[in-house]
Design a binder for this molecule. Structure first.
Ligand code: KG4
Ligand code: ZN
Length: 328
């Protein structure tokens, strides 16, 4: 089963070919980050127009790099939510057009469910049950995946998503957009113990809260304007990594599930990855940490989850719409 996946929910135009939900044949990501950087964030209208310009070549490149053609593709999938309405429409329309022209099935997939599947591409022997932490710009979700397609939400953020906190603090510190990678880079030359920022809701259930931490950083910098920015970045990042790691381990204890996986853009964070590697090395849990390219937005994860969705639910009707605020 060869599936062509398409992702255009935000500011990456991506296409990929994946076999049997597990084997990545190609994964192409055309980033628009440069187009949005000077505005300090994603401009929806610019994103939609850039997707329209990039989608044809990106799909073609994914097919070429996979050494295949549309005739050898069995199904086409696209993220149909959540995301920016105009941006989603480009990928969904492209996938539906391919389905209509070739007769192959179309599968609309949920962006966050796709992030869950990065780990299954990283480790083809991985099987549920797993506890997953999906940390992106829009969500911070702790999920028990009991079987393919069977999820229990254990916890989520009550205010900002972790990636949103990274982006807002980066903007406040004048580090530009996208903020997560900028803080990650700067933090390598800072001291994570320099400032004792709060660890919100650290031992308080499995939900998250990051807006208090954000305020604490802002207040601290206003009070101590001469503090080394690298120390601020490293200390802020350490607070987020502490909370994410401890909640993930707590979720393992609560559910009795011994395999932990991560996904979403914040899972590209080097401090979080190092901490989870440490958890794995100490033997506290089995941890699957997907390659960075599988954590940030990509279409391989879309094609991967589509294989399971197609087997379980069949094709998505072509008159199904893109849904900007689609629930998991
Ligand atoms: O999953 P993703 O690519 O898009 C969404 O679904 O939102 O996640 C993007 C988020 C942004 O907030 C970005 O700042 C953050 O992931 N991010 C990082 C890193 N790379 C991306 N945050 C921390 N450290 C990183 N290295
Ligand atoms: Zn994402």
């Amino acid at each position: 089963m060869r599936i062509l996946g398409i992702e255009t929910s935000c500011d990456e135009t991506a296409a990929a070919v994946v076999e049997d939900g597990r084997l990545v044949r190609s994964s192409v990501v055309a980033s628009q980050a440069d187009l949005h950087a000077r505005f300090g964030g994603v401009v929806p209208e610019i994103a939609s127009r850039a997707h329209v310009e990039l989608i044809g070549d990106t799909v073609a490149q994914a097919l070429v790099e996979a050494g295949t053609s549309l005739e050898e593709i069995d199904a086409v999938a696209a993220v149909h939510g959540p995301g920016l309405a105009g941006a989603l429409l480009v990928g969904v329309s492209a996938a539906k057009a391919i389905a209509l022209a070739t007769g192959m099935p179309y599968i609309g997939v949920h962006h966050h469910e796709a992030h869950l599947y990065a780990a299954f591409l990283e480790d083809p022997s991985l099987e549920p049950p797993v506890v997953t932490l999906v940390v992106s710009g829009g969500h911070t979700l702790l999920i028990a995946m009991e079987a393919h397609g069977r999820y229990r939400v254990l916890g989520q953020t009550v205010d900002d998503a972790a990636g949103e906190a990274f982006d807002k603090i980066a903007r406040f510190l004048g580090l530009g957009y996208p903020g997560g990678p900028a803080i990650d880079r700067l933090a390598t030359s800072g001291d994570p113990d320099a400032i004792a920022f709060p660890r919100p809701m650290r031992t308080d259930g499995l939900d998250f809260s990051f807006s208090g931490l954000k305020t604490a950083v802002v207040l601290h910098v206003r009070k101590h304007p001469d503090d080394d920015v690298a120390d601020v970045a490293a200390s802020f990042q350490a607070a987020i990594v502490d909370v994410l790691t401890e909640k993930l381990l707590a979720a393992a204890r609560v559910t009795g599930i011994e395999t932990l996986v991560i996904g979403g853009g914040v899972a590209a964070n080097s401090a979080l990855r190092a901490r989870l590697l440490d958890v794995a090395v100490r033997g506290d849990a089995r941890v699957v940490i997907p390659a960075i390219a599988l954590c940030t937005d990509n279409a391989a994860m879309v094609a991967a989850v589509a294989a399971y969705r197609l087997a379980a639910d069949g094709p998505t009707p072509l008159d199904d719409a893109a849904v900007p605020n689609l629930a998991l």
